[in-house]
Design a protein around this ligand. Structure first.
Ligand code: ZN
Length: 297
């Protein structure tokens, strides 16, 4: 015998059944019930090894056997390459800036957006640096010799201006201010320039910055096709943030075989950043410039 409550429940169920049947009857045949969404079988994938936030590798050797190193920070797919010391001891402050930037990123990993990897070559011309800085390895300003004439250490151990040894408009001789300088026996004849070329071709960075001194300006670059639109944006972004003067065309004297021009020739925007002096690393200016560059979408 049903209790009253059981009877009420059964009655309610009966109503539901009748309504359900009516619904089925009323739904037109042209609208079939949606097929259940197929659940993909769980994919068996190799779990990738975790990419470390900071890496360090030797990517080449100078003429005198010093290592050329690259440090990377972050794991994103936007690769940004920063290069110090292409002019060695003549521009030792660009090397100090690179070291300072490395320390900063190591201490402040959140300064690097998740989609970015920063690559830093602290010194592309270690032999030239050694002509001005006492001792090997990382240095402080008190290791910089003051008894050498200004201009010492600009070239590599073969007397080549590395920023004339790249593969755009290369000539055996080029100029630096009023003087003739050796550009090597061929484009990329120098191991330092060749090491950078190989690293660039392996990573194809989104943009490249070379640190120099001392014009207090950011220069765009070009090879045969004029300044790339992305290079103009890069120049303006860095110059605005750092407070350096943006200069679209370097025309103080003719330059051949410069690294930035070669990058332009393979479609990679590159800029030359010149600090205000040969001694200061313009830390606040360059940190602002680099930060603006990293944030760029
Ligand atoms: Zn320079």
């Amino acid at each position: 015998m049903f209790t009253r409550i059981q009877a009420q429940v059964l009655g309610a169920l009966g109503v539901v059944v009748v309504l359900g049947a009516l619904t089925l009857f009323l739904v037109p045949a042209s609208e079939p019930a949606p097929a259940p969404v197929a659940q993909p079988a769980p994919e068996v994938v190799d779990v990738p090894e975790e990419v470390p936030f900071v890496t360090h590798q030797v990517v080449g050797t100078s003429r005198e056997g010093r290592t050329i190193e690259v440090y990377t920070y972050g794991t994103g797919t936007r690769d940004i390459l920063l290069v110090g010391g292409i002019h060695g001891g003549y521009e030792w402050n660009s090397v100090l800036l690179a070291y300072e930037m490395m320390d900063y990123f190591e201490a402040h990993p959140t300064a690097i957006p998740a989609d970015v990897t920063v690559h830093i070559v602290p010194v592309l011309n270690p032999d030239g640096l050694a002509q001005v800085v006492s001792g090997e390895g990382r240095f402080t300003p008190d290791a910089v010799r003051t008894d050498v004439p200004l201009g010492t250490g600009r070239f590599n151990a073969a007397g080549v201006d590395l920023n004339r040894n790249f593969g755009c408009k290369w000539q055996p001789e080029s100029s630096w201010r009023g003087t003739r300088v050796s550009a090597g026996t061929a484009a990329f004849s120098e191991p330092e320039a060749a090491a950078l070329r190989e690293y660039v071709l392996a990573h194809m960075p989104e943009s490249v910055v070379f640190w120099h001194s001392k014009a207090g300006a950011v220069f765009a670059s070009e090879c045969h096709e004029g300044v790339l639109p992305e290079t103009k944006t890069l120049m303006q972004t860095y110059a605005d943030a750092a407070g350096y003067k943006p200069i679209l065309t370097f025309d103080a004297y003719p330059v051949t075989g410069d690294a930035e021009g070669w990058l332009a020739s393979i479609g990679i925007p590159a800029i030359t950043v010149e600090f205000h002096t040969h001694e200061s690393m313009d830390w606040a200016e360059n940190l602002a410039g680099v930060t603006a560059l990293l944030a760029r979408p």
